[in-house]
Design a protein around this ligand. Structure first.
Ligand code: MG
Length: 344
């Protein structure tokens, strides 16, 4: 473990280029903290605290108050003792500390990383998706993500045939209902999906729905199309709980929301779970940490949910632009110091 650390942080409030619509309303700007840790040997590590409303985790104010208490200095034992109620800060610190820990002190040998990973293309909701497929297919995307449960589910289901007919050969669609269906609609969609190249259906019913856990487990067992959990995974504890329940579907993991990413990912890897790494609409600093985890993931490489950039009004805050692939060299080339300087 490294000795005493110098800890600096900068709070940001960054407008999105275009407002983002979520289940919690319209999101116009992103707030968070960038952490800069300096070890005794002068090595610098980076982390980002970027909580998302509706998921477990502290507010930016809470994380900032803790960082301010340290007055610029802390030792790793103090950081490791942070409570579970601060998952985003714990995760950000874990990423930063790992970066300044000499390789000899980590138990695992560095994994060979792939040169690139595929990225899922985001389609607009509704019929607009049909016109969007062609250009994205021409650009090279083969995994497409379509938001459903936005309009009448019967109308959307009628569109599924046209949507799949518009796909290039070998392509697949991920349907993300964001918890917007009830059990009956989820069953109808899953029943129909067996005839189509559906990669998975994400969060068919809301985690708050009555008996949601049993319903989701039942849906995952009863249909050939895989079911993915997203909103049901609010943090590390949920991942462990679903693993313990024997979940055989997909885990959509937002690394930015994990308090102890290496433990959670270690459990998922040991269970040979299907994992899709996904953005929490963080800046390039958090994206860099999350993408590093995705590139080091030992399981099957599924298309990343990181096709979000350009995202911010100030493009200097963005990660690698949405392309059919993210290259490791582009992740390695992200310069946190440049973003740090933008925020000064
Ligand atoms: Mg989702």
């Amino acid at each position: 473990m490294p000795g005493p650390l110098r800890i600096e942080f900068r709070r940001y409030r960054l407008p999105f280029r275009a407002a983002v619509r979520t289940a919690h309303g319209v999101w116009r700007e992103r707030e968070g903290l960038i952490l800069r840790l300096t070890g005794e040997n002068g090595a610098i590590g980076w982390g980002e605290v970027a909580p998302v409303e509706g998921f477990a985790g502290e507010s930016v104010d809470e994380a900032e108050a803790v960082c301010a208490q340290w007055a610029g200095k802390a030792d790793p034992a103090q950081l490791a003792a942070l409570p579970q109620t601060l998952p985003c800060l714990r995760g950000a610190l874990a990423a930063a500390v790992a970066e300044i820990t000499p390789a000899a002190e980590t138990d695992a040998a560095p994994r060979a990383v792939p040169d690139y990973l595929p990225v899922a293309a985001l389609l607009p909701a509704g019929r607009a998706a049909l016109a969007a497929i062609g250009p994205k297919a021409d650009a090279g995307f083969r995994i497409f993500k379509w938001k459903v449960a936005v309009a009448d589910p019967a109308d959307e289901l009628a569109m599924l045939d046209d949507l799949c007919a518009a796909l290039p050969a070998g392509a697949k669609v991920r349907l993300d209902a964001n918890g917007g269906w009830d059990r009956r609609w989820a069953e109808r969609w899953l029943g129909r999906s067996a005839d189509y190249p559906i990669d998975f259906i994400e969060q068919p019913i809301a985690p708050s729905a009555r008996g949601a856990e049993d319903v989701l487990l039942g849906l995952a067992n009863d249909y050939p199309t895989p079911v993915a959990l997203d909103e049901s995974l609010s943090g590390d504890a949920d991942i462990i709980r679903w693993l313990d329940s024997g979940w055989k579907g997909v885990f959509v993991v937002k690394p930015a929301l994990l308090g102890d990413p290496s433990a959670a990912l270690g459990r998922l890897a040991a269970a040979r779970s299907a994992v899709v790494f996904s953005s929490a609409l963080e800046t390039a600093v958090g994206a860099r940490s999350g993408l590093q985890m995705a590139f080091r993931w030992p399981g099957e490489a599924r298309a990343l949910g990181f096709g979000v950039w350009p995202l911010f009004s100030d493009p200097r805050c963005d990660g690698p632009a949405a392309a059919p692939f993210i290259r490791w060299q582009d992740v390695a080339a992200i310069d946190p110091e440049a973003l740090w300087n933008v925020l000064s």
